[in-house]
Design a protein around this ligand. Sequence first.
Ligand SMILES: Cc1cc2nc3c(=O)[nH]c(=O)nc-3n(C[C@H](O)[C@H](O)[C@H](O)COP(=O)(O)O)c2cc1C
Length: 173
Amino acid sequence: MKGQIVLTGREVRLGDNEQIISKTDLKGRIIYANRAFMRISDFAEPDLLGIQHNIVRHPEMPRGVFHLMWETLKSGQEFFGFIKNLTSNGDHYWVFANVTPDREPGGEVVGYFSVRRRPSAKGVATIQALYAGMLAVERSAGAARAIDASRAHLAERLGGQSYERFVLAQQLG
Ligand SMILES: Cc1cc2nc3c(=O)[nH]c(=O)nc-3n(C[C@H](O)[C@H](O)[C@H](O)COP(=O)(O)O)c2cc1C
């Protein structure tokens, strides 16, 4: 299904107080999606449940960002970031995401939660340029070296600041 999606270049925006919420298992397969998620992504519940979250992956998102997301989650921490997502009809929507480990009372991580809000316009503009650079580096490095090259480019561009501090400042500042 994904291979047939043609990009429209049209942006869909979240409402001011709208939140897109999903819950996944440890592998990132969707086990819960709220109504806002279905409305914005234009997928119905049966299209989403049990499916990898990359169903909304946009081809302009650098692999390095998801690498950082999973590294952060696997270390037991929460992740904040700007993400460009794809809808079922080829439109796209930007979000500011907060992804957190979902723990059992004993502390064991059993899955993940993601809550996304409307991103700041300033944040999207800044991050778009950064991601375009990462994507270009990934393409020229080739598949085997893409992640390392992308992460190195990100670190260099952030000049010692963590991605988390950078994106929080872009969203809140
Ligand atoms: C809770 C949770 C939420 C996620 N949300 C998104 C999302 O909104 N968009 C996205 O492209 N990937 C999201 N991911 C990451 C995907 O699982 C996947 O790693 C990413 O799309 C890259 O896919 P690929 O390796 O097949 O290219 C999420 C993962 C988790 C655990």
